[in-house]
Design a protein around this ligand. Structure first.
Ligand code: PKZ
Length: 452
């Protein structure tokens, strides 16, 4: 063993390199990974002390383990066999296909990314664009949600600001795992969204294997107590009115629901705005028969650059009020006790009802509906009088009157609608701008269901 070996330098260097890589992968990397995991666990346990709903161990599980759990679940294994038979492909090929779906769906939550970056960014963006208000908050209902239940926030979808606002407003309570459509599955956005703990879903996928993997993941996350957030409408409202709910995710949550394991509590969330950032783009899509929501990067960049320039020149105004309501929670265990022909459908209808009930009534939507309903041009005093009338009639609804001042609220509504040329002023009276009737309707439609 003591004899010397003569080696060419390049071979000696190669041997050294292999030794270094082996040492790193077997010694250094695992200890670095252990170090960072310990650090993350300490950070999370500190976080959990202040969160109302602590981050669940399920969410912190290693992504690889979660994918394995999904892949070897009997339901998924059976779906793989069926898929292979139907497609006439070998089972290992079907297995790899299912694994691809699992990798696409399963997030890799990072508490530091969520609480360190996203929450701060969400607060900054929300407060710099809007006067953010909490319209209605069922304090007692939310406080009485059992700690061991799984909470699912179900919300209406009016703008991409929805999840920014709700993430910011729910920050003290918990980290929300959103169900995100395929539109966001572009690198690097997809990595960021997975780090937020959100999971990707495909809409209109007719692939039974994919849907089985998705259904199983939703089941695992729900049994794991993960606080979730979803938009049952399945997409942004194009005309401003609430859309019919899609049933898939709700079905995946109710299928196999066992109240003895863990209750599921749905929290209805309703959002409304004096100005929806994407309103023109949504109306364009509506004009194209709802096909394709086209938000060009150049348009978005131009929009923000214009407002940064206005801010530099001190002429920037926020986009009015943005309000969020947290409605009366629904316990699935309780809901399950009453008889249902189609539980999922009944559940979807009840949640839609609870969301719509608490949609915040803001100055612009209210003034827009008053002017849209007026047969003839209407004076400012008449607008204010009708506004006052609705405040009385809608005693259950959540009318946000800035400064608790009806006259000021009327002023805000009229000013913003004039500035955006959705209404015109002639001889002291206000009327819809004939070229902007859809835009005016877009805001009126958000509360139309309350003005019945
Ligand atoms: C800057 C700072 C930022 C800070 C921020 C931080 C965090 C930020 C994270 C990002 C956050 C982004 C947030 C994005 C927000 C969106 O992307 S919203 C759009 C995506 N979300 C959704 O679509 C949710 C609602 N959609 C669904 O539930 C849909 O059903 C699904 C699951 C997508 C599937 O849709 P689909 O393919 O059209 O199929 P669908 O006909 O609805 O039916 C599906 C299932 O429902 C069943 N079903 C249908 N009708 C019935 C019935 N009556 N009874 C029972 N079952 C039924 C069907 O049988 C089928 O079941 P399976 O055969 O699969 O078992």
């Amino acid at each position: 063993m003591t004899s010397t070996v003569e080696l060419p330098i390049w071979l000696f260097v190669l041997i050294l390199l292999f030794a270094a890589v082996t040492a790193a992968s077997h010694l250094l990397f695992p200890s670095v990974r252990w170090f960072f995991r310990r650090r993350m666990e300490r950070a999370v346990s500190r976080l959990n002390q202040r969160l109302e709903r602590p981050i669940e161990p399920f969410k912190l599980a290693r992504r690889h383990d979660m994918i394995q759990r999904l892949m070897y679940h009997p339901d998924v294994t059976q779906a793989i066999v069926e898929h292979a038979r139907k497609q006439g492909i070998p089972e290992n090929v079907a297995f790899e296909e299912a694994k691809r779906y699992a990798r696409e769906i399963v997030p890799s939550f990072s508490a530091s990314a969520y609480f360190g970056i996203a929450i701060r960014l969400a607060r900054f963006i929300s407060q710099s664009l809007y006067r953010v208000r909490l319209a209605y908050f069922d304090e007692i209902g939310l406080q009485n949600i059992p700690k061991d239940s799984t909470v699912v926030f179900v919300m209406n979808h009016r703008s991409n600001m929805d999840y920014v606002l709700v993430t910011y407003l729910a920050a003290e309570r918990s980290a929300l795992a959103y169900a995100v459509g395929e539109w966001a599955r572009v690198w690097p956005l997809s990595r960021l969204i997975k780090a937020m703990g959100a999971y990707f879903i495909r809409r209109t996928s007719r692939n039974a294997l994919y849907r089985k993997v998705l259904a199983r993941y939703v089941r695992l996350a729900t049994d794991g107590g993960v606080t979730q957030a979803m938009f049952p409408e399945g997409g942004l409202s194009l005309d401003g009115a609430p859309r019919e709910p899609k049933l898939g995710l709700l079905k995946y949550i109710t299928d196999g629901f066992n109240p003895d394991v863990r209750d599921v509590v749905f929290v209805p969330v309703a959002l409304n705005y004096d100005r929806v950032l994407e309103d023109r783009i949504l109306l364009e899509a509506l004009g194209r028969g709802g096909k394709g929501f086209r938000a060009k990067i150049s348009v978005i960049a131009g929009f923000f650059l214009k407002h940064i320039w206005l801010r530099i020149r001190g002429r920037y105004h926020k986009f009015g009020y943005a309000a969020v309501s947290f409605g009366h929670p629904l316990s699935l265990a309780e809901f399950n006790k009453s008889t249902h022909i189609d539980m999922t459908e009944d559940l979807a209808r009840e949640l839609k009802h609870r969301i719509e009930d608490v949609v915040p009534v803001l100055p612009v939507p209210m003034v827009a509906s008053i002017i849209e309903d007026a047969e003839t041009p209407i004076s400012r005093a008449a607008v204010e009088a009708r506004f006052a009338g609705w405040v009385v009639k809608l005693n259950d609804a959540h009318i946000h009157l800035p400064r608790d001042d009806l006259s000021y609220a009327t002023e805000v509504g009229l000013r913003m609608l004039i500035e955006r040329r959705m209404i015109i002023k002639k001889n002291g009276c206000f009327a819809p701008n004939p070229e902007q009737t859809e835009a005016l309707a877009f805001y009126a439609n958000s509360i139309r269901h309350l003005l019945k």
